[in-house]
Design a protein around this ligand. Structure first.
Ligand code: DC
Length: 235
């Protein structure tokens, strides 16, 4: 009997995919996989090794191992520690290095290389065999075209830029809002216009525009979609 659904979540950068995917995975007792972190880890590798030519990046793929580890995060005020997923690059926890604008832009660039995509898609398909919540750009179209529940998240660019701006400030960076907005627009353009698996909505995906939703409202909508889909497949 079906008791967990594979969920494919796609959408533009900074529209809250990972927050919603993590919460849904918790609700469904499934594993969450952040595929953007995998592209970011390869982006970080190419920055560290100063690889810019696609041929050099493709030649380096056999030397790159991407993984995930669960780490315990201490909470403030004596609250119990929570668990978070961090991406590893050749065994090193690189979570602290991959969330910068520089690595995000490099990830977007290297994600245009067909061999890089094939390398990661094969690993993602293996992770998904037993039902996961996976987010990215091509999950519903390429990685799991048969996923029973596909969500396509979106929000207006200004709203996404403001969220990214707030995150960078919270990390102690000093961004300029106009730069962050330009970056969001550039990345949208690259993600939707690349030749290899461009970001697009799967025909059977449900679109959720969260521009004017609170995180709680969005969560309730998505959990309800999940529960109803699961119930319909159990009948
Ligand atoms: O979701 P993110 O911002 O962490 O993703 C970083 C970049 O990786 C994004 O610009 C495009 C790319 N990416 C992709 O091409 N395919 C995916 N499944 C996930 C991310």
């Amino acid at each position: 009997m079906v008791n967990k659904l594979t969920v494919a979540i796609d959408g533009y950068s900074s529209c809250g995919k990972s927050t919603i995917a993590k919460a849904l995975a918790k609700h469904a007792r499934s594993t969450y996989v952040d595929t953007g972190a995998m592209y970011r880890a390869i982006g970080l590798y190419t920055l560290r090794h100063q690889l810019t030519e696609p041929a050099d990046i493709i030649a380096a793929l056999p030397n790159i191992q991407i993984g995930f580890v669960q780490v315990s995060v201490p909470s403030a005020d004596g609250e119990p520690a929570t668990s978070a997923q961090h991406v590893t690059l050749n065994g090193e926890d690189v979570e602290a290095f991959i969330r910068t604008l520089e690595v995000g832009n490099r990830a977007s660039e290297i994600s245009q290389i067909r061999e890089v995509r094939a390398f990661l898609v094969a690993q993602q398909q293996l992770m998904g065999e037993h039902g996961v919540v996976m987010d990215g750009r091509d999950i519903g179209t390429v990685v799991f075209p048969n996923a029973p529940l596909k969500l396509f998240l979106t929000a207006r660019p200004e709203i996404r830029a403001q969220r990214r701006f707030d995150e960078l400030i919270a990390k102690g960076e000093h961004p300029v809002f106009e730069d962050v907005l330009a970056d969001v627009n550039d990345r949208d353009y690259r993600d939707t216009h690349r030749a290899e698996s461009p970001l697009r909505q799967a025909e059977d995906a449900i679109v959720v525009d969260n521009s004017d939703l609170t995180p709680d409202q969005q969560m309730r909508i998505i959990i309800d979609l999940y529960d109803r889909k699961l119930a319909s497949l159990k009948q």
